[in-house]
Design a protein around this ligand. Structure first.
Ligand SMILES: *[C@@H]1O[C@H](CO)[C@@H](O)[C@H](O)[C@H]1NC(C)=O
Ligand SMILES: *[C@@H]1O[C@H](CO)[C@@H](O)[C@H](O)[C@H]1NC(C)=O
Length: 222
């Protein structure tokens, strides 16, 4: 590359990194974070310094913390989100996963992941699953054991166990830090101005109060 083109190329690539904003490509085989060293922050990412690879062990690459369901919320969902904090072996590999269990009738409320597409595999059960695209078109149906549904990145999606037994779902993400916003909590549990919510949803101040108490982050676990 000619020297005069270099700054242009560098700027262009910074722009790609910002607009595509996917996880960065790894520059080594793996990077088991060294808990003794603090995080390194750059304008775009936060990195955890790696252990010397000679100290990595097989156990660093095995996760055993989701053999059984996690703790259930009031909506009948138990989710164990597996990210580099609890499974250091996946650090820098651009992926993460979740085990979700649903009681009969339990729901995973509408939510989205700002940084990842999700593949959702029904390990056991019958689960009404779906997402809404940016034109508000819904794509949803019951998916059965062994079937897989994809939830495109950033789109609102939801699940409900419509079978007669508990359901187990394995979800995987193409980011090590997909992020999650649950719609009910983001709207009613975050402290947005009451008047704005009344106007936005056509609800009375009493009804807004009911919703606020229901999604109060200090009171319930949704
Ligand atoms: C990693 O460990 C090996 C073996 O102990 C050592 O030779 C090497 O210098 C270490 N590398 C770093 C970057 O500390
Ligand atoms: C479930 O709750 C218990 C008690 O609060 C806690 O110790 C445990 O880590 C929780 N399990 C999961 C998977 O979050």
């Amino acid at each position: 590359m000619s020297p005069s083109l270099t700054p242009l190329f560098v700027n262009f690539c910074l722009l790609c990194a910002m607009t595509l904003a996917s996880d960065p490509d790894p520059v080594q085989d793996y990077c088991i974070p060294n808990p003794k060293l603090g995080a390194i922050k750059t304008p775009l990412h936060t990195f955890l310094p790696c252990k010397n690879s000679s100290e990595a062990t097989t156990d660093d690459f095995v996760f055993s913390g989701m053999k059984v369901a996690g703790n259930f919320t009031d909506t009948g969902l138990a989710a164990i989100s597996v990210n580099p904090t609890i499974f250091p072996g996946i650090n820098t590999l651009g992926m993460s996963f979740v085990r979700a269990d649903l009681y009969v009738g339990g729901i995973n409320p509408p939510h989205f992941h700002p940084r990842a597409t999700e593949i959702s595999h029904i390990v056991q059960g019958s689960v009404y699953s779906g997402f809404v695209d940016s034109t508000n078109r819904v794509f949803a149906r019951v998916i059965e054991q062994g079937e897989v549904m994809v939830f495109p990145r950033g789109l609102v999606h939801f699940q409900m166990n419509v079978g007669k037994k508990p359901a187990t779902i394995f979800g995987s993400f193409n980011s090590q830090n997909p992020g999650m916003q649950k719609i009910p909590s983001a709207i009613f549990g975050s402290g947005i101005n009451d008047e704005l919510l009344e106007k936005a949803f056509g609800l009375s101040s009493k009804q807004i109060g009911t919703m606020r108490r229901r999604f109060d982050p200090k009171r319930v676990r949704f």
